[in-house]
Design a protein around this ligand. Structure first.
Ligand code: NAD
Length: 338
């Protein structure tokens, strides 16, 4: 029996709508919801890091398999490498390949560039968090870190909170914050302003939503940066102090088992140190999406949300693009089996 695989490169996935944040928000929420209902499988991600003294933080290759039921009916895996030094050489920090497999035969169906999908789904994961956990009237967004993830975080935030009126961005490299502000002003309907790291605490204290997406290995944000009503989303690793996590009235994650196994974010370090227990985590976001627990209940709550990302979110988006590619005749068919 002959078998062919569809190959979709970076241009194909872009043309098929990889950057469509509204669709990604739906896919990511669906993935979280199916996971919570038990209509999905998402094994713990495999993390491969070596020689940290030579390569520094965020140098790794992760494998993220999964299966999604519902309308997706698809299995697959995201294989994503990361090296922060790539940016200086014109490559993205993170580069991903995703493989989709038929859930019946288990045969591979599609190999596609997963880089844009990965950044968009991380933005969407923040966006679903904002949908349920931020104040309805949120006006001020502060971004810590001006990299690839902050762009998609901003994009998702604008879609789920049209009430936003300003965004401030800071980066340890001020030129990155300036470039971010320049690039993003005009793509959203409100001003995006670069601010110095030294002034960040002051901006955070006035924020409705704070998102940190850096490769920092030491805390940037402390408890007194969080005022009543704020939603703080931690996308990167050890970006806030233990006290900041404790200050929250609700601690929400994408999936707690994945967070503690990944052991890369502040809340996971607290757990590993025996200082925080399962009962201190309010919910997996899927429980809130599925209406099993309320999200934000008033404008005074301080909420901490830490999504570490799951392969199923990538598989959901990749499935949409694969089906569209087949319908529209996009991509290159490769011989696999003769
Ligand atoms: N949670 C998830 O699902 C998920 C998914 C993808 C990436 N990530 C994480 O998000 C983080 C950002 O990823 P990216 O692709 O945007 O990386 P990037 O390299 O494009 O951007 C990171 C930015 O952080 C800045 N930075 C580093 N240290 C800082 C500090 N102390 N203070 C302020 N800024 C600082 C850098 O200068 C850079 O501009 C990484 O830690 C990555 O592992 C998380």
């Amino acid at each position: 029996m002959e078998w062919k695989i569809l190959y979709l490169d970076q241009r194909d996935v872009d043309a098929l709508g990889a950057q469509d944040m509204a669709a990604a928000l739906t896919d990511v929420e669906n993935a979280m919801s199916l996971g919570e209902k038990g209509d999905a499988i998402h094994p713990i991600k495999g993390v491969m890091e070596w020689d940290p003294d030579r390569y520094g933080p965020a140098n790794r290759i992760n494998s993220m398999p999964g299966y999604l039921g519902g309308s997706y009916q698809m299995a697959g895996i995201k294989w994503i490498g990361s090296n922060p030094q790539n940016v200086a050489n014109g490559f993205p920090r993170a580069s991903a390949l995703t493989i989709l497999n038929d859930p019946e035969t288990k045969l591979p169906l599609c190999i596609l560039d997963g880089t844009a999908i990965s950044a968009v789904r991380t933005g969407a994961s923040g966006g679903v968090g904002i949908r349920y956990l931020a104040k309805e009237t949120a006006q001020t967004l502060v971004l810590i870190g001006a990299g690839a993830q902050s762009r998609t975080q901003l994009e998702a935030a604008t879609l789920v909170r049209p009430s936003l009126k300003q965004c401030y961005v800071a980066d340890i490299l001020p030129e990155r914050a300036a470039a971010f502000a320049r690039d993003m002003t005009g793509t959203v309907s409100f001003p995006v302003q670069a601010v110095p790291m030294e002034a960040l605490k002051d901006y955070c204290q006035r924020a409705d939503i704070i998102i940190s997406a850096t490769v920092s290995a030491t805390p940037i944000l402390d408890a007194d940066w969080l005022n009543p009503g704020v939603l703080y989303i931690q996308i990167g690793g050890y970006e806030c102090t233990y006290d900041a996590v404790w200050k929250a009235d609700k601690r929400v994650v994408d999936e707690w088992l994945h967070v503690i196994h990944r052991k890369a974010t502040t809340i996971a370090f607290l757990y590993a140190d025996g200082l925080l227990h399962d009962a201190d985590v309010y919910a997996d976001l899927g429980e809130i999406c599925n209406g099993k627990k309320p999200g934000r209940e008033n404008d005074q709550e301080i909420i901490y949300y830490n999504p570490v990302g799951m392969g199923n979110e990538d598989i959901a988006i990749a499935t949409r693009l694969y089906r569209k590619a087949k319908a529209e005749g996009v991509g290159l068919w490769l011989n696999y089996w003769y």
